[in-house]
Design a binder for this molecule. Sequence first.
Ligand code: GLP
Length: 245
Amino acid sequence: MRLIIAKDYADVSRKAANIIAAQIQMKPDCVLGLATGSSPVGTYKELIAKYESGDLDFSQVKTVNLDEYVGLPKDHEQSYAYFMRKNLFDHVNINQKNCNIPNGMNLNADEECARYDAVINGFGGADLQLLGLGPNGHIGFNEPADAFIKGTNKVELTASTIDANQRFFAKREDVPTHAYTMGIGSIMKAKRVLLVCSGENKAQAVKDCFFGPINPRSPGSILLFHPDFTLVADEAALSLVKDQL
Ligand code: GLP
């Protein structure tokens, strides 16, 4: 693991965006694995600013997103398809035909998971996969479990994840109970993995995943096995491991 210590959320966002920008410049037709949640929003803002200043060209970039809620149409304000358009795709010159997200409206889980695996495998995995970290250590929507799941799968969200994501919905009952997520095997297939993490509410997950044993109960811990894994975390997210830095 390569650890980049940032001061705060804004600093995490700048540092992560610089890494992604360098990836796009080195390989203009790269495949970016993208994430949702509040963690990468600042990174996307920085990337948009680089595009607007003429420093980045997304015209050949292809993307595969990590996950999507089951049952939300892509125009629903809380769908991850909508999130990606609002926070990145609508603001840069990416061809949205090249942007892939699981289809939450395909209720045939076997079919949708197989379709999405074929998309990822068709690319040979992402060149760079961006990740956030759930407060319980989940990556994508791969929740703590007895084993690491390889391919795209339909998951039942844990109460802790529903609680964490409730802030985006009018009421808790509105939060979908299931999601499609890229599997841990597909995330590990990416050539480079970049995880952004900020705030004290992530400190326990950072400690469990990156400063403890590799364990499917802390899904992010598998990234310690990845040969090119970069963690960009701020001081608050690292507050429980200060003595190990
Ligand atoms: C959701 C997403 C994850 C994300 C996590 C953390 O559950 N599926 O991909 O990393 O939330 O979200 P946040 O960045 O808002 O803390």
